[in-house]
Design a protein around this ligand. Structure first.
Ligand code: PXG
Length: 295
């Protein structure tokens, strides 16, 4: 695979980062995970905007314009002849010294990697996932703002480890006050007994997922009632339906939480409708990678 790194396209074996890069030493940096479907990059401008917002909070100067990031993303896909791909854009603080001070880093490092996608196995989309709630709590806006998609994903990794230790594919995390907030790398939705679609509001401490926002729009188009409203583990246990959303997973049904069955134990009708709508929507639009193919 050819990788974009600091203005060059290099074979992945030659794309190297300094051990003095503060992204490596301190997790000082930001990233995005992006998808391409059938030769079009899904919500590329939105991902680039979130990358710049995360960087802005950290006062991290990205040494490229938004247009240059966009163009280099497309070029990475072209050089690897990819049409369906997972893209990882990383901006780290760059090379500095062994101290924390980011002023010692003269220029941010920008890396864009594209690869084939590894998803949850297909049967989970049909049968649904069994998940658990993690004992690890989410950091809130009072500590390290979860809306920054930073290179410090230790909390998320601890949550993922709890999932696999419990024999589950994913775990959801509660915030310090006990409200359900999100998964280790996904957002969460439930359908309550009134048939309303409920997802935690951004202020509770979540990454405001791009997939989440698309699902909200698609649900509103279907005249479903959508509420961004806090809910607890109890609401989750008694939900009629539940699903997770994320760039890699898209929409994936959840059929049990902490061994409590959700609904009738198989993916519910609203979940299946939104999964189908999302599939259609994702393949209909996006930034074309190979414009000569466009009619
Ligand atoms: N919450 C968190 C904490 C995330 O990291 C999402 C929600 C979903 O956001 P999007 O914009 O993708 O709808 C994420 C997604 C993976 C993976 O392998 C996912 C993420 C990061 C790293 C890996 O699924 N971020």
């Amino acid at each position: 695979m050819q990788v974009y790194i600091d203005g060059q396209f290099l074979p992945q074996e030659e794309a190297k980062i300094s051990v003095f890069d503060h992204g490596f030493l301190y997790g000082d940096g930001v990233f995005e995970g992006i998808r391409a479907y059938e030769g079009r990059v899904f919500k590329l401008e939105e991902h680039i905007e979130r990358l710049y917002e995360s960087a802005h909070h950290l006062m991290l100067q990205i040494p490229l314009t938004r247009e240059e990031i966009l163009e280099n993303t497309l070029e990475v896909l072209r050089r690897n002849e990819l049409r369906d791909a997972y893209i990882r854009t990383v901006v780290s603080r760059g090379r500095g010294d062994l101290g924390l001070d980011p002023k010692k880093c003269s220029q941010a490092t920008v890396v864009i990697i594209a690869d084939h996608i590894s998803l949850f196995p297909r049967e989970y989309y049909e049968q649904g996932l069994s998940i658990v709630t993690a004992t690890t709590r989410q950091r809130g806006a009072d500590t390290q703002e979860p809306r920054i998609k930073s290179l410090n994903y230790l909390n998320n990794i601890l949550i993922k480890m709890e999932a696999s230790q419990a024999g589950a594919m994913e775990a959801v995390v509660l915030n310090a006050r006990g409200y359900v907030v999100e998964g280790s790398g996904s957002n969460i939705f439930i359908v309550n007994k009134k048939g309303e679609l409920v997802t935690p509001p951004a202020y509770l401490g979540i990454l405001e997922g791009i997939t989440r926002n698309v699902v909200i729009e698609l649900a509103m188009e279907e005249d479903l009632v959508v509420r961004e409203q806090p809910f607890t583990r109890h609401d989750l246990y008694i939900a009629r339906e539940c699903f997770l959303t994320g760039t890699a997973a898209e929409l994936i049904p959840v059929v049990s939480v902490d061994r409590r069955q959700i609904g009738n134990g198989s993916p519910g009708p609203q979940t299946r409708l939104l999964m189908q709508k999302f599939q259609q929507y994702a393949r209909r639009q996006g930034v074309p990678v190979y414009p000569q193919e466009e009619k």
